[in-house]
Design a protein around this ligand. Structure first.
Ligand code: PHE
Length: 397
């Protein structure tokens, strides 16, 4: 596990996973209080610790990195403005390397060793589902930036998200297929190892079939597969007018490239899991013509909040922020606002304040958390033209 601590001064400590390095990390992290408060500082002026578990390496690394970068900007902004409850925020980040089985361990350590008051994470629903029960049992609020599977927040009353959910995303993709692509017969290609993919496939199929569409064939794969030609050959024989791939970019990129090699030229589309600059590198720009995906944010949308964030992000990271970066930022600002309103760092009080979040101005739209601890947000549809992502339209809930 790689561990990173963003000190209130904006400095960060990065350490690599080996046991020895891990213990150095602990020592360094142990020192950080001195940086903000100095020896003898009153306990109330110590930084407020927030844990962030993220996929900073591995198959979904761009998800974790973008989301983390957005969160870092939010932490730096709040600390520059004096912090929360008069105390600085200290962000402790740990990398699950996009692997299953790591997130629960990380969050247990955040709670027992680091004494975090709240947890931010994850992007991928499957990994949020691993950590959420630990936060719930310990009454530590968790805010997922961008896990869209409904089961994540259904874990319990301490688990929140600041993005839309897959029943909404599935519905909008079903409508997009019928109205914009005029597709009535489609194929589904689902990652059965991913809670996100299996869920989104289901939430697409239901409204699509209810409105007269037909999923003629559903083929399956497992995350990290590299060869999809058998499934694509079966799909080709089924003569569909579009293919839905509700997966993550690493596999989606290979699927799109292999489909085009097999002479499949129909539209291919999916959800927010496609969102990564790497998609273009993996699939090849040419192969991505006639593909579409829904996501949470486009830096092309004009609004002062977005313009300010895009500028700050470009200055700090030399890149244009994507949806995960925006949601990483949003998850952090919503949490900080809740801690401030709670007037306390106690879990149950932060929980109650989070639950009362209403119309908070986020990059991805005004955020109100409903009784299921979900946010209702609009979505954007993106296509790829000449090797560049291009904003097509905004879909209201
Ligand atoms: N929504 C995806 C999930 O729940 C993760 C994701 C979010 C991917 C945003 C891309 C952009 O697993």
């Amino acid at each position: 596990m790689n561990r990173l601590s963003l000190l209130p001064g904006g400095r960060s400590l990065a350490t690599l996973g080996a046991v020895i390095l891990g213990s150095i990390a602990l020592t360094l992290v142990g020192c950080k209080k001195e940086v903000s408060g100095g020896a003898g500082a009153a306990p109330g002026s110590e930084p407020i610790r927030v844990g962030e578990y993220a996929s900073l390496h591995g198959s979904e690394a761009t998800f974790g990195q973008s989301s983390h970068n957005g969160t870092v900007i939010a932490v730096e902004e709040i600390n520059a403005a004096g912090g929360v409850l008069g105390r600085k925020i200290e962000l402790i980040t740990d990398d699950n390397q996009s692997k299953s089985g790591e997130s629960a361990t990380i969050v247990k350590k955040f709670i027992s060793r680091d004494k975090v008051v709240a947890v931010l994470g994850e992007v991928a629903s499957g990994r949020s589902l691993e950590a959420a029960p630990i936060c719930q049992t310990n009454h530590i609020p968790m805010v997922s930036p961008s896990s869209t599977n409904p089961d994540v927040t259904a874990t319990g009353d301490y688990i929140f998200r600041v993005c839309f959910t897959d029943p909404f995303q599935g519905r909008l993709l079903a409508e997009f297929a019928r109205k914009s692509l005029k597709a009535t017969k489609v194929a589904l290609l689902t990652d059965v190892a991913s809670a996100y993919s299996a869920g989104l496939a289901k939430y697409f199929r239901e409204p699509f079939e209810k409105n007269g569409g037909q999923v003629v064939i559903e083929q399956k794969y497992t995350g990290k597969d590299k060869d999809f030609r058998a499934q694509l050959t079966a799909i080709k024989a089924a003569n569909v007018s579009a293919i839905v791939v509700p997966g993550y970019y690493t596999e989606v990129g290979l699927i799109v490239a292999q489909a085009r090699q097999l002479g499949i030229n129909v539209p291919i589309f999916g959800g927010d899991g496609w969102e990564a600059p790497e998609l273009i590198e993996i699939a090849g720009a040419q192969n991505l013509e006639n593909t579409f995906y829904s996501t949470h944010f486009s830096p092309e949308v004009k609004n002062p909040l977005i313009e300010k964030f895009v500028a700050a992000y470009k200055t700090k990271f030399g890149q244009v922020p994507d949806a995960m970066a925006a949601l990483g930022y949003d998850s952090a600002v919503v949490l900080f606002d809740a801690i401030q309103r709670a007037g306390s760092t106690e879990g149950p009080k932060i929980r109650d304040a989070l639950a009362a979040t209403k119309d908070y101005p986020c990059l991805t739209g005004k955020t109100t958390l409903d009784a299921e601890r979900n946010a209702t947000k609009s979505a954007v549809i993106i296509t790829v033209k000449d090797g560049k992502f291009k904003y097509l339209e905004t879909v209201e809930p």
